[in-house]
Design a protein around this ligand. Structure first.
Ligand code: ATP
Ligand code: MG
Length: 554
């Protein structure tokens, strides 16, 4: 697939770097902060970073950017690793920014020694007040001209835990008049009397993102450090630290983050959805997380294909979630086994079918697969469940399903004709009566009759009850993040639990990971949390309707 399209702008840069000899290899990294579960936006970054290394015979490190002990946790580390492997990628080295705390500390002392860093006693409010604005220069801190010795002593005391949080910070000594606010003496280290999920209580000071990221890239020999656009303004600082320290010159490149309609994407917002109970966890099937998508039945290939299709841009945009759903259908159509499940059952009785008779009908599992995905048998008898919506007492125009006097084919079985029906006091249909055409059996149909409608069914005698969960978009508006309080825009109907569905008996054995198409109803998978042996609960992955096929074909 990668061979057919033109190069994206990062690939162009890499090819130029390889041609000019700036680099001989390609080494990328994926650097998540372990403060939440991965979402589809991260998948874009993963596919890009691992994809670049793959394409140019290079390597990709997994680096946990764990410099903020307050929000990070090993639960997240484990989920991130599982999600990357599930997507289909394997990293070269598993690294942690916290592995470099000693080196980073030494780098900081090196900068102090060169007069390029100083300990500032100003409060964070004072530092903010002295920062200036994008149009006005900042003011220099009264502590900016401390001697190297004094700075070293104070910084060592900070490390030793002599000071309270917020009492002192270490800042780079760059330029308070720089037009780039990030260059106005940025903070390098702050005091945090907090235990870290890996280094425990070894440290009382922690480096800021900017002082850790570029140096970590450099230590690992990363050649192309790919990140999202919001870091473009950090790039001069990234380069300044590397240059002043004289270390391996990694380079940073920025691309547009993925935004998608009808969802929110930042981990902070997703955490809020979990904490406020709007969803039942990070892996709720409505979440844009990889764990949610896995639980919902999305396949790794469909997500990789989606990331390939959206490409890599330099400008922010918002992708229609319909494109992702298109990619999911495209993959599932190929691999999902077909089954029959009636979501809203009403009884159909074949009055001319003997009561003591039953048949085992033959059905292929997947007409799209070369071997048809194997075959199964379907129990058939006098009484069947069909979908209530497949019958109309007074048929509309162009109604090809069941109605008094009308004929339809029962999938994999016979053509039947509706001879009558019964209703209860409330006017609700209770039973539909049909006769069948014995010569019309699928596979050996000699009836010569053509009918326009085919409906699915399940034998009453063999059917098993099932719970089926239908999902809709989590939000009512296309771009909830653009609105003030996004939780006001939640879709109250994003989950519909169908209790009384009837499924064909072969589905009793379905286990999480199984991918099915319920004929005419969409793609479904057993829920990994709610299913019990012999009693699967199904999630609808995606419906069958496909508004994207045309758009993509154009
Ligand atoms: P969030 O705002 O969701 O917390 P983040 O950028 O803080 O995202 P990180 O764990 O720091 O999350 O991200 C790891 C990598 O994934 C970074 O390189 C980041 O740029 C990238 N990334 C995060 N979100 C997206 C997105 N929506 N599209 C593309 N890449 C993303
Ligand atoms: Mg982040």
């Amino acid at each position: 697939m990668t061979e057919e399209r033109s190069l994206n702008f990062i690939e162009e840069i890499i090819e130029e770097d390889l041609r000019s000899g700036r680099t001989r290899t390609v080494h990328t990294r994926f650097p998540p902060e372990p403060n939440g579960y991965l979402h589809i936006g991260h998948a874009k970054s993963i596919c890009l970073n691992f994809g670049l290394a793959d394409r140019y015979g290079g390597l990709t490190n997994l680096r946990f950017d764990d410099t903020n002990p307050v929000t990070e946790d090993t639960e997240y580390v484990e989920s991130i690793k599982a999600d990357i492997r599930w997507l289909g990628f394997e990293w070269d080295r598993e690294c942690y920014a916290s592995d470099y705390f000693d080196k980073l500390y030494a780098f900081a002392e090196q900068l102090i020694g060169k007069g390029l860093a100083y300990v500032d006693d100003s409060s964070s409010e004072e530092i903010a007040a002295m920062k200036g604005t994008p149009t006005e220069p900042g003011r220099e801190s009264p502590f900016r001209n401390r001697s190297v010795e004094e700075n070293l002593t104070l910084f060592r005391e900070m490390r030793a835990g002599r000071y309270a949080e917020g009492e002192k910070v270490l800042r780079a000594r760059i330029d308070m008049a720089s037009p780039n606010m990030h260059m106005r003496d940025p903070v390098m280290y702050r005091i945090r009397h907090v235990s870290h999920h890996r280094t425990r209580d070894a440290w009382r000071i922690y480096p800021m993102y900017d002082f850790a990221h570029g140096q970590s890239d450099s230590i690992e020999g990363i050649t192309h450090s790919v990140c999202t656009l919001e870091f473009e303004v950090h790039r001069p600082l990234y380069e300044w630290y590397i240059e002043q320290l004289g270390i391996h010159p990694s380079r940073q490149y920025e691309f547009a983050r993925l935004n998608m309609t009808y969802t929110v994407m930042s981990k902070r917002k997703l955490l809020q959805l979990v904490q406020e109970g709007h969803v039942d966890g990070w892996d709720d099937p409505r979440m844009p997380t990889l764990s949610g998508m896995r639980r919902r039945g999305y396949t790794p290939l469909s997500i990789r294909n989606f990331c390939e299709r959206i490409g890599v841009q330099r400008r922010e945009n918002i992708i229609d979630v319909g494109l992702l759903e298109y990619c999911v259908r495209e993959d599932l159509n190929r691999i999902a086994e077909r089954r029959m499940v009636v979501l809203d059952p009403v009884k159909l009785v074949i009055t001319d079918y003997p009561e003591d008779h039953a048949e085992e009908l033959d059905a292929e599992n997947n007409p799209e697969a070369a071997d048809q995905g194997g075959r199964r048998t379907l129990p058939f008898g006098r009484e069947l469940w069909i979908e209530r919506e497949d019958f109309m007492e007074v048929p509309a125009k162009k109604w090809f399903r069941l109605a008094p006097g009308a004929m339809v084919r029962l999938k994999h079985a016979y053509i039947v004709r509706c001879e009558g029906y019964t209703k209860d006091e409330d006017g609700r249909i209770t039973e539909i009566h049909c006769t069948h055409i014995p010569m019309s059996r699928s596979g050996s149909d000699t009836s010569g009759i053509n009918v326009k409608g085919t409906i699915h069914w399940v034998s009453v005698a063999a059917a098993l009850p099932a719970e089926v969960r239908l999902y809709d978009r989590l939000f009512r508006v296309e771009n909830p993040a653009a609105e003030g309080s996004f939780s006001d825009f939640l879709n109250p109907d994003s989950l519909e639990v169908v209790q009384g569905a009837m499924m064909e008996p072969s589905l009793a054995d379905a286990t999480p990971g199984g991918l099915f198409q319920f004929l005419r109803k969409g793609y479904f998978t057993p829920d990994a949390r709610l299913s019990r042996p012999g009693r699967p609960v199904f999630n609808r992955t995606v419906g069958l309707r496909d508004s994207w096929a045309k758009a993509v074909a154009k």
